[in-house]
Design a protein around this ligand. Structure first.
Ligand SMILES: Cc1cc2nc3c(=O)[nH]c(=O)nc-3n(C[C@H](O)[C@H](O)[C@H](O)COP(=O)(O)OP(=O)(O)OC[C@H]3O[C@@H](n4cnc5c(N)ncnc54)[C@H](O)[C@@H]3O)c2cc1C
Length: 450
């Protein structure tokens, strides 16, 4: 927090009777929010045409599709995260730490929860921030569907902190396995075979392969990993051909894939299924479904869907308040004529951020807001270092497109993150990051060992 003193501090209650530039408050600096803040900062903030303030409960951004690598220990979190304070300063916006917990639409104020340190001691009390335009981009989390034992006995990987906590538990379990008898097993169960569960399964197998190279050759054979899915197939949001190829690769890597398997309870021994089977697991991860953070549900009278997501119009304004926008995973947008709402993906969040980064400056200049139109450009899933699969092209979400696999798919998958970096840092700084990445990969172990 040392750099915080350089950031103009938004003070509680100072805005009364204020005249000044339009205030755009963005809550959530994830895959969508950090793009929006960066672009608006460059376009409006630097010239003083608007004040852009980003609020996030974390002090650094990490691209959420990397979290399974953080959880498996194959990603250097410190190297890939972006500190909000420095990034904001560079790109013409301000950042303030805090977790939104309430909204007063009549007074146009957002309520932040008290800020606490790791031990729970209060650093700052609850406070209000004023806005003229509010964009809510707080993402989503896995949905426990109220199943007994899930909250208490499963790990979640919806945030950097949760992914790091899981990695700590994984390293401890690996150590116990290494120190145990030769027939000891490392039993892991992952519930939910969407992109998160599938990618995490393969990444854990990759991590143990890599760890095996550091003097533990039998380790990988001790892994018993079960991926559990209620639906009849894995990767329900991707074309069937991609799902079949991914399942075959997972099974080649020794992962047991159970589909049509409904979880009814979880305890600290494992997962219980509706058909009576029990899956023993020392480590249990819940990666099924999505729901919006609980505080959004009925937030000061805004309309929310069953998932808790805020219902938005095509302009991304919430249905009951023109000054409040929502985007990314926490927004529910069903395009006209579509059977389903837009999926909760980084692709949607980023396109919505790009849209608002164009639309809001135009709106401030007095032009009407334009509707958002999603362009589906394909879908990819990476299976650790083993393979990647995907479909490229603009056909419908499940309609397929050009099926790709192998090195080309791996390259396409990696380029998604590179494009994210490019949008945030520009060409030259991104080039430095990529060079640093190459050097690190050449010199450091590929998996976290300490
Ligand atoms: C392991 C994993 C793999 C994935 N793989 C893919 C993939 O391959 N392709 C793909 O398209 N999508 C993938 N996704 C989904 C993708 O990450 C999300 O759809 C995307 O990140 C959504 O962006 P967002 O901006 O809406 O929310 P997020 O990126 O989740 O960002 C939300 C931000 O809000 C902050 N926040 C939350 N609550 C509060 C609060 N109360 N107050 C202040 N700040 C708050 C968080 O700290 C975070 O910075 C994956 C997700 C996971 C977990």
């Amino acid at each position: 927090m040392a750099g915080m003193a350089q950031t103009p501090v938004p003070r509680d209650g100072q805005e009364k009777g204020r005249r000044g530039p339009h205030r755009i408050l963005i809550v959530g600096g994830g895959a969508g929010g950090i793009h929006l803040a960066t672009r608006l900062g460059r376009r409006l903030g630097r010239e003083g045409r608007a004040e852009i303030l980003l609020v996030d409960r974390d002090t650094a951004h990490i691209w959420k599709p990397l979290l399974h690598e953080v959880a498996a220990g194959t990603l250097d979190t410190g190297a890939e995260q972006i500190g909000f304070v420095a990034h904001a300063r560079r790109h013409g916006f301000r950042y303030w730490p805090g977790a939104m917990e309430g909204l007063d639409r009549a007074a146009k104020r957002v309520r932040l929860a008290p800020l606490r340190d790791r031990d729970g001691a209060e650093i700052l009390g609850a406070r209000d921030l004023a806005y003229d335009t509010l964009v809510i981009a707080v993402g989503s989390q896995a949905n426990d569907f109220g199943i007994p034992g899930v909250r208490e006995h499963c790990a979640f990987i919806d945030s950097r902190e949760q992914a790091e906590d899981f990695n700590e538990a994984l390293r401890a379990a690996v150590l116990r396995c290494i120190a145990g008898p030769p027939d000891a097993t490392l039993d892991i169960a992952i519930v939910g075979a969407g992109a998160t569960g599938v990618e995490l399964s393969a990444e854990i197998a990759t991590a143990l392969d890599l760890a095996g190279g550091y003097g533990f050759p039998g380790l990988r054979r001790q892994l018993r990993l079960t991926l559990i899915e209620t639906a009849p197939r894995i990767l329900g949001a991707l074309p069937e051909k991609v799902a079949e190829a991914a399942r075959a690769e997972l099974e080649r890597q020794g992962v047991t894939v159970l589909t049509g398997a409904e979880v009814v309870a979880v305890d600290d021994h494992g997962i219980r299924l509706k058909d009576g089977r029990s899956i023993p697991a020392t480590l249990r991860v819940w990666a099924a479904g999505i729901k919006a953070p609980a505080f959004l549900n009925g937030l000061d009278g805004l309309e929310s869907a069953r998932s808790g997501q805020l219902v938005v119009r095509p302009t991304l304004q919430t249905t009951r308040d023109d000054a409040v926008f929502a985007m990314g995973d926490c927004a529910f947008l069903k395009p006209e004529g579509a059977e389903r709402p837009l999926p909760a993906t980084a692709q949607v969040a980023q396109q919505q951020a790009e849209h608002l980064a164009r639309a809001l400056p135009d709106h401030l200049a007095g032009r009407p807001l334009t509707p958002f139109a999603y362009q589906h450009k394909g879908a990819l899933v990476a299976l650790g270092r083993y393979n990647a699969f995907g479909s490229l092209g603009r056909r419908g979400l499940l309609g397929g497109g050009l099926f790709i696999e192998g090195r080309f798919a791996q390259f396409s998958y990696a380029s998604l993150y590179r494009r994210h970096q490019l949008g945030l840092h520009g060409f030259w700084r991104s080039l430095l990051y990529w060079a640093a990445d190459l050097l690190r990969k050449a010199s450091a172990p590929g998996v976290r060992m300490e």
